[in-house]
Design a protein around this ligand. Structure first.
Ligand code: ADP
Ligand code: MG
Length: 563
């Protein structure tokens, strides 16, 4: 028989390694136990992991797995401090593939509760039962039990009244427990997870694709609220989903970031993602996403806090920048509601969207319903879908019409008409007024039209007869154009007589100078606003100098394009 009960995988870490490990309390509340025991089950290669809690975990937490189990000797050793089978030397900290490595969780839990362990390796006929109560070993005996491991934690903090008192209500602890449970379940959709509270099965999550797993935890979402992400960069690969802003649950508290399948918090990255969504979500709502980064283990340091949820990344700046542009693009693509005709038959490729950003809607549709769109798709039709090309050209799909727009031209047209029609034009003060010298002739003419200029949004002051100062310009324009604007005004008043169309010429100048070369923030609201402003224009199809600024992409136009 090779099934030696004395086979020992667990070792006590040497002092030198212990000193390198972030020290601190592991068990803060029931949820910490959910996390530690869940991670152990995952490290033990379990396929099915079940959690039971009672009273929010205060009176009972039980975790059962069908993983590798432990020999009798390991079952005894696992409660020792710094006892682990996962690392042996300091270098191992830099090539971690397991959730755990500190060898402290079971010791810490056994110190503050009553713990009962049942464990059996698959090739053993008899398993081991260990009882340990508030740090004192009570019993170790052979037992008949299922293959795998079951850990039962009772009476948490019972002998530590201060810490017991610090626990919150059952409901609050329960919420924390569930949150930890989700953080384990998301990155392991290939394993079956169950969660029972007070004997009621709350979550039964059989192995499934990631999108299914997400939707079973978030039944209020649907495939059409998710945009899939899958990208490879020189520094990392990322997979996952982001939720479109308009589908984000109200008051959502956090997005999920995983590095090498470990739930982590990374302020820098997560705040940056928050910025991408900033103008798209209400103040009290955080973006919801599940992003799974794979980074070479030696470039990630998880050994910062005992809970291992804070990480340090070697190439943080690069990773953050690339991830942001990936999220930004995915958001833009997600807004593009592909018209149904574009979703080809059974195995067709997705049209102009880069395949890595194909929306789950599209891919699901392709798989299951080659000729129909699901109903969910119909509901979201009313929103404009868009994609920005080369920071300037906008493809818009809205109300069953496709448009191609030149954003610069569109802004020129809108500014031009505002300048002529919206009198007085609202103005903004300049922090640094623009100043130019003046001839007596220019001064005379300027005095004449000063009130009209004021109506045009230009507040000028004629200083000591020799200088003209521009104090304000129309709102929305960049202050950097102030001086060229003032120059244009001076040119006009330098001519023999004031040109009769000076107002148009000024509007033209303002439109040209004012149209931002960098695209405005685009989201469904700003696009709707832009569109309605354009529609109100006398000529929404041309820029002030007669260039075409939008095309209706009829089927005919497109067919011609491809003929
Ligand atoms: P760590 O996970 O950091 O190694 P723990 O205190 O959580 O430390 O666990 C100690 C050891 O006990 C682990 O290294 C592992 O060998 C063993 N162990 C714990 N839980 C399980 C389990 N569910 N199945 C098999 N072995 C386990
Ligand atoms: Mg562990």
């Amino acid at each position: 028989m090779t099934t030696d009960v004395l086979e020992q995988r667990i070792r006590i870490l040497p002092e030198s390694v212990i000193n390198q490990i972030a020290a601190g309390e592991v068990v803060l509340r029931p949820a910490s136990i959910i996390k530690e025991l869940g991670e152990n089950a995952i490290d033990a290669e379990a396929f099915s992991i079940s959690f039971w809690t009672e009273e929010g975990g205060k009176s009972l937490i039980k975790v059962t797995d069908d993983g590798v189990g432990m020999s009798r000797i390991d079952a005894e050793l696992c409660f020792e401090r710094h006892a682990t089978s996962k690392i042996q030397q300091v270098q191992d900290l830099y090539r971690l593939s397991t959730r755990g490595f500190r060898g402290e969780a079971l010791a810490s839990i056994a110190a503050v509760a009553e713990v009962e362990l049942f464990t059996r390796r698959h090739h053993d006929t008899v398993g081991t039962r260990v009882l340990i109560s508030f740090g004192e070993k009570r019993l170790i005996e052979p037992v008949r039990c299922a293959a795998g491991t079951t850990l039962i934690v009772r009476r948490l903090f019972h002998r530590l009244p201060v810490r017991r008192k610090a626990l919150r209500s059952e409901a609050t602890e329960h919420r924390h427990n569930l949150e930890e449970f989700f953080r384990l379940a998301y990155p392991h959709p290939e394993r079956h997870f169950r969660f029972y509270h007070n004997k009621e099965l709350l979550y039964d999550l059989p192995r499934a694709e990631l999108s299914r797993r997400i939707l079973s935890i978030h039944p209020e979402l649907s495939l059409s609220s998710l945009v899939s992400i899958s990208e490879e960069t020189p520094f990392f690969t990322v997979q996952g989903y982001i939720v479109l802003p308009e589908h984000t649950p109200p008051h959502n508290r956090e997005g999920y970031l995983f590095i090498n399948r470990r739930y982590v918090r990374h302020g820098g990255i997560q705040q940056a993602i928050g910025q991408v969504y900033k103008s798209l979500l209400p103040m009290d709502t955080k973006p919801l996403y599940w992003l799974f980064l794979e980074v070479p283990p030696h470039q990630v340091d998880v050994n910062i806090t005992p809970s291992k949820t804070e990480v340090r990344l070697l190439n943080e700046v690069e990773i953050r920048t690339m991830l942001l542009s990936i999220v930004r693009r995915a958001l833009a693509v997600g807004h593009l509601n592909l018209p149904s005709q574009w979703l080809g038959a059974s195995s067709g490729e997705l049209p102009p969207v880069p395949s890595s950003f194909s929306s789950p809607v599209a891919s699901e549709v392709q798989k299951k319903l080659p000729f129909h769109l699901p109903e969910e798709k119909e509901k979201v039709k009313e929103r404009p879908g868009f994609i920005l090309l080369y920071d300037r050209f906008l493809i818009l799909w809205w109300r069953k019409e496709g448009w191609l727009l030149d954003l610069i031209g569109v802004q020129e047209r809108i500014l031009y008409e505002r300048q002529l029609k919206e009198l007085p034009v609202p103005q903004q003060g300049l922090l640094f007024p623009a100043l130019l010298p003046l001839t007596p002739l220019q001064k005379a003419k300027l005095m004449e039209i000063q009130p009209n200029l004021q109506a045009q949004g230009l507040h000028i002051e004629l200083r000591e007869g020799r200088e003209v100062v521009l104090h304000s310009i129309p709102v929305g324009l960049s202050p950097s154009i102030a001086i060229s604007l003032l120059q244009a005004v001076l040119e006009m008043v330098s001519e023999e007589s004031l040109p009769s169309d000076w107002r148009k010429r000024l509007a033209h100048h303002i439109a040209k100078q004012g149209a931002a070369r960098t695209p405005p923030i685009l989201n469904t609201e700003t696009i709707e606003a832009l569109w309605s402003q354009l529609e109100k224009c006398e000529d929404p199809n041309h820029s002030p100098d007669g260039r075409r600024i939008r095309f209706l992409l009829t089927e005919e136009v497109l067919t011609k394009l491809f003929s």
